[in-house]
Design a protein around this ligand. Structure first.
Ligand code: ADP
Ligand code: MG
Ligand code: ZN
Length: 482
């Protein structure tokens, strides 16, 4: 089986819809917020009543342009809206407003590093603006369907790639990169579970070595990265099996069924549906000045990929660290401020990847909602550096001030400073030696392990507040010399 699969190549292109993070809808002033009671955020325009003119939301244009620029696209100074006609209960107007003949932007590129793969470029064919449809809720039990028009008219960008993917790992790496970039810019929150990022997978197979594209199917309803991976695996096996039986692949749209773990034909696309596109008569062409585009380009923040490269170059961090720290914009900012306050970069990175991420995942929050300040972390690092607290105490202090508080004060109030009085350490060591004759003679007989036990006992007597190095030296002296 594996052998036969190796003779086929899977080819995938992605169409990703991303909801823009605007307050209002694309063509009216209704709220675009997610999660309101059904049909609350609607007006005659988003309900498709005739005689109401669309007015373009400038903020949506700005977010779309910023997204397209970050994806390396050439943004057109003139783009045009078109009507795309089709009939569906969630589309009362009977057409979607999109950009078909003259899209907003073209020819972008995204660098990806797939799991088990090499870093390479995925090409973006185009990015265009359009409005979303409403949502249908099927109640199979009672056999009825309800519709919520809150989403109707929410601004989207559709990002279309060239057929540059060969497997699910590459597709997921691309989606993750896309998500990170768009979240960085505040273009979208990209929540798969709320539908603000949705992707359709176009997939075909062809004999290894062939340069022609095979007949493709398009899969919809992929609600998670896991579903994307499984759907790709399933669909490429299905197509290979068809071709090996001498049958052919039918060009069609298929729906991924997460529970049944298979894709199901929705509608045939054999003759490509006729959407009867024509330019939207109620909207003038979208004209963007060169200055406007230059200004947005100048204000574009450093992107995650650029940050990653700089972290390796400037701070000498391993690629893994650079990736983790730049995964969330707020986390990267926290790291940079910590370093700017004087922390050693690798040490700051370790604390952030270990302790900060541990606290965040326990609370299930993103770094943007964290109240710990870079100043507090730097203080903790300094307390360790100065030998005033040891590493274990530092973690305790960190947890205590994570939601706010001053490390220095906390250490004082809880008397956590290390015992720097060597006389005290000496007396504790003497007592431990007296009370543990067994381990002591074991050590003297050459059992190195007993040493650790004795250090631990001394640390316990000192309430965990001693510098382990001091204990080590004094203990060794007493055991060896005396
Ligand atoms: P449509 O107009 O039907 O949506 P497009 O030409 O816009 O078709 O392509 C949609 C997506 O499908 C793009 O991401 C493209 O790369 C991908 N695609 C097109 N043909 C194939 C194919 N034969 N195999 C795999 N992907 C394909
Ligand atoms: Mg398309
Ligand atoms: Zn409205």
């Amino acid at each position: 089986m594996e052998d036969r699969i190796a003779r086929w190549e899977t080819v995938i292109g992605l169409e990703t819809h991303v909801e823009l993070a605007t307050e209002r809808k694309l063509f009216c002033s209704c709220s675009a917020a997610f999660g309101a009671p059904a049909n609350q955020n609607c007006c005659p325009l988003c309900l498709g009543e005739p005689g109401v003119r669309p007015v373009l939301n400038e903020k949506a244009v700005e977010l779309a342009v910023r997204g397209a620029l970050a994806l390396g696209c050439r943004v057109e100074t003139v783009s045009v809206f078109d009507r795309k006609h089709y009939s569906s209960p969630d589309l009362p107007r009977g057409y979607q407003i999109t950009q078909f003949y003259r899209p907003l932007a073209r020819d972008g590129a995204v660098r990806i590093t797939p799991e088990n793969g090499q870093e390479h470029t995925v090409h973006i064919a185009q990015v265009h603006l359009e409005d979303d449809a409403g949502r249908l809720f099927h109640d199979w039990e009672h056999g009825d369907t309800r519709v919520d028009f809150n989403r109707s008219g929410v601004p989207l960008i559709e990002i279309v790639t060239r057929p540059d993917f060969r497997n699910g790992d590459e597709v997921v790496a691309y989606l993750e990169e896309l998500k990170t970039i768009l979240q960085y810019l505040g273009v979208s929150d990209c929540k798969l579970q709320e539908g603000s990022l949705r992707c359709d997978v176009n997939l075909s197979v062809r004999p290894e070595g062939s340069t022609e594209l095979g007949t493709r199917t398009e899969m919809k309803n992929l609600g998670s990265f896991r579903a994307v991976r499984r759907a790709i695996e399933y669909e490429s096996r299905r197509q290979i099996a068809l071709l090996e039986r001498g049958e052919r692949v039918v060009q069609e749209t298929r729906r991924w069924d997460e529970d049944r773990n298979e894709s199901i034909s929705m509608r045939s696309k054999e003759d490509a549906r006729d959407y009867h596109y024509f330019p939207e008569p109620d909207l003038p062409p979208l004209v963007l000045s060169e200055e406007y585009l230059l200004d947005l380009r100048a204000r574009q923040p450093e992107l995650p990929g650029e940050k990653r490269a700089r972290y390796s170059r400037e701070y000498g961090l391993p690629d893994y660290d650079a990736r983790m720290l730049t995964g969330q914009r707020a986390l990267a900012e926290f790291f940079e401020r910590t370093v700017a306050l004087g922390a050693q970069p690798k040490q700051a990175a370790n604390w952030i990847m270990g302790q900060v991420l541990r606290q965040l995942s326990q609370r299930n929050i993103g770094a943007e909602h964290m109240s710990l300040s870079p100043e507090a972390l730097v203080k903790i690092l300094a307390l360790v550096e100065e030998g005033r607290i040891n590493r274990n105490t530092a973690v305790q202090v960190f947890d205590a001030v994570f939601d706010g508080g001053d490390p220095e004060q906390y250490v004082k109030a809880n008397r956590l400073e290390q015992v720097s009085d060597t006389g005290l350490v000496e007396r504790a060591v003497e007592r431990v030696i007296r009370e543990n004759p067994g381990p002591v003679s074991d050590f003297r007989a050459g059992k190195e392990k007993s040493f650790g036990f004795l250090v631990g006992q001394t640390m316990r007597l000192l309430g965990g507040k001693a510098d382990p190095k001091t204990i080590n030296i004094i203990l060794k002296n007493k055991l060896v010399v005396e």
